[in-house]
Design a protein around this ligand. Structure first.
Ligand code: FES
Length: 122
């Protein structure tokens, strides 16, 4: 039995006919993930990050930080229940919400765009 992590496409305003079918896509095998893992995967016409928190919660998100656009999949890391941007160390919960910054309160509305994700067995 093989386990895979799957995500669905983001729906975007104005995408009446998206270039890819709305569906589930396998992006990783379960053995590639574990608490503290951050993976970068090709996804449709771009990339996503897939990460797992210390407690095992899984999340998939667009890789670019809403602060200044750093690619979180390039040297980003998981700290407890958040993924950390490597540029200025903003921290994002699995929901995508920015939960803290090194200098204080997170900017209002700062969030990673997340995708629905699930682990399935095939
Ligand atoms: S670019 Fe990510 S915290 Fe600044």
């Amino acid at each position: 039995m093989t386990s895979t992590t799957e995500v669905t496409n983001l729906s975007r305003a104005g995408d009446a006919f998206p270039p890819y079918p709305y569906s589930w896509y396998a992006v990783a095998f379960a053995h590639e993930l574990g608490p503290g893992t951050v993976l970068t995967r090709r996804f449709l016409d771009g990339e996503i990050i897939v990460f797992q928190t210390a407690s095992g919660e899984l999340s998939a998100a667009e890789p670019y930080c809403p602060h200044l656009g750093a690619h979180i999949g390039k040297r980003g890391w998981v700290d407890g229940e958040a993924v950390v941007c490597p540029f200025h160390e903003f921290r994002f919960a699995p929901s995508g919400t920015c939960v803290s910054t090194p200098t204080g309160e997170p900017p209002r509305g700062a969030a990673l765009k997340t995708l629905r994700s699930a682990t399935t067995w095939a």
